[in-house]
Design a binder for this molecule. Sequence first.
Ligand code: ADQ
Length: 722
Amino acid sequence: MGRTIIVSNRLPVTANEEGVGFVPSVGGLATGLASVHASGEGRWVGWPGIAAEALRGKEGTVRRNLAGLNCVPVFLSSRDVRDYYGGFSNRTIWPLFHYFTQHATYNRDHWAAYRRVNERFAAATAEIAEPGDTVWVQDYHLMLVPALVRARLPAVRIGFFLHIPFPSYEVFRLLPWRKEILEGLLGADLVGFHTHDYVGHFLDAVHAILGRGHAAGDVEGGERPVRAEAFPMGIDYDRFRRAAEAPAVRREVGRIRRHVGDRKVILSVDRLDYTKGVLERLEAFDLFLTENPSWRERVTLVLLLVPSRTRVEEYRDLKRRIDERVGRINGRHGSVGWVPIGYLYRSVPFERLVALYRAADVALVTPLRDGMNLVAKEYVACQVDGDGVLVLSEFAGAAQELGEALLVNPNDVPGMARAIGEALEMPRRERAERMRRMAEWVAGHTVEEWAADFLAELAARRPPDRAPQPLGGDGVGRLDAQYAAAEARLLFLDYDGTLVPFAAIPGGAKPDRELRGLLARLAEDPRNEVVIVSGRDRDTLTAWLGDLDLALVAEHGAWVRERGGAWRATVARDGAWKARVRPLLDRYVRRTPGAFVEEKSFSLAWHYRRAEPYASQLRAPELRAALRDLAAELDLHVLEGDHVLEVKAGQFHKGLAAARWWERGWGFVLAAGDDRTDEDLFASLPRGAWTIKVGGGPSRAAYRLPGPREVRALLARLARQR
Ligand code: ADQ
């Protein structure tokens, strides 16, 4: 087993200005990953929390001291911190992913800084990672890191976990750099989210933006399988439970209770952030007091806010508005002996937080959006008397696990006010029963198990047994040598996506002069037999390539034209089935803007390359299902190509068509193709043939080239050998 390298924006410790002392960072992430980090030879790569300028000249000391803690620093200048952290991370991704599109800015300098800093994290990681290691990247600050590490270390296992929501496609697509972000994440083998909803949103976006579908969470296409899955994060349950029962905490709870007397305590704990719904919560409490005068003087709301991102204007503005609102409510409802809201704007020590959790009769956790929300779980863990009531926003990830909470919509202020009343008046037995179930869940799904689950799933990911190898170095040398030595050489070349890039319309992929020249030169050599194996119809191939000395295979093998010969059908011709299938395809053209039908002699193709991705994501599987019965009835075959569904009659495919060339012996056989239909060809070739998959995706080919440009370069090299 290799080591686990954690990569996160912040290290679990913060350096001081001398670079010698380190204060442990607290928080869910640091504690959750502490067990991973502590076990074995793990490393943690991150920013030590203080700008590089302050540490100038002391970098070596910091590095050495951190090495003792198995930590590796990434030094960030104050400008990096401003643009990458304060800028792109917190003013673009954070608001957008929490559906606060009005707060999101799209600043090119911030994006440039984000890319630059992600590069630095990736470089620092690649420097220490060794084959067999596992890299686990954390959160929205580092979404490009998986692909950047992958580019440097193709064989290393990479996981990524997002701690905030992944928004629905309609919101995510607003981001100008949406494609880059997805490609960055897909560098991982496993991408984790708190909930299934976020997984679904992510997969939608990957499909709509990159055109890559998925099968039960496994993203299709690409060179390696990538899996997206939900891993709801938990807390260190025992730590909270033990603390809640400790004598010091019990004394503190006693003090709090004496202070509030018979009053009930409602607790609210958050980082000060516009996603947490603090203003709406205050409004609901205000309304509750107005509508329920009998509760006046009998309840206190303790509002605990931790300062956060205090340099960002939206946060300062929010702070001002909260201050005002608290003042207004206290002024309106309070009396000489009673202040409705006790307001604390600071971080509190762990024991005091636990005491507040335990003392509170009700916890009001009502974010407008929250990836998970650990406060809800911490509150549950601290109810050692089995007694509190949790009011929880349905927009917190935690709501999907804590169904026994009173779930509220934080935008529905009257609904929240009613929930406050219901929570305060809930009978003891019901309170206890709900809390018991939630505590059971929280106890059984701790942060340690979360980390272990994620890493176990990541460890189980393995590259497919026979993934095509990049064709380079050694392979190229052997290929060239074999070609040079062979007296008879056979080259099967697919056309679209292999020799030319895809065009928006089928007619747009006409061969250019360079390509025609290249094919002519290859064909000229008497030792060569060059066969173009395409899904195109005869007329197109004749018009484009008919004058060259090539063999042509059209319509996926339905037609063959040998060198100097005429077109011959390989299957019997009966087009009656088309009358049944065509109306169905036409209906799906009408329902899918941008899709169209292409009619060939033995097949009908439904193309959706130009269709709106979201629509085709729905329509293509629907059509496939609709065709299934018809295909069974009429004995048809449905082929799936790149953005095309093709229906054909009779038994023919590229592999069968290729068989006629086996009568002769060959010293060199090569086949290159990009499509699923080329897999039949690869499968039919004798051992020792050079099979080349063009582009991403799984394949039975032995080698891979990235695209038409590289295929042409290879052919040009062969053509030069005479
Ligand atoms: P946060 O947005 O920070 O985390 P949350 O999950 O609630 O939100 O964690 C807050 C942490 O701060 C809790 O552990 C809490 O105990 C602590 N805390 C809050 N107020 C405090 C105070 N006054 N004094 C001391 N400590 C205080 C992000 C995402 C969440 C996701 C987590 C973990 O936004 O949705 O749950 O990461 O993935």
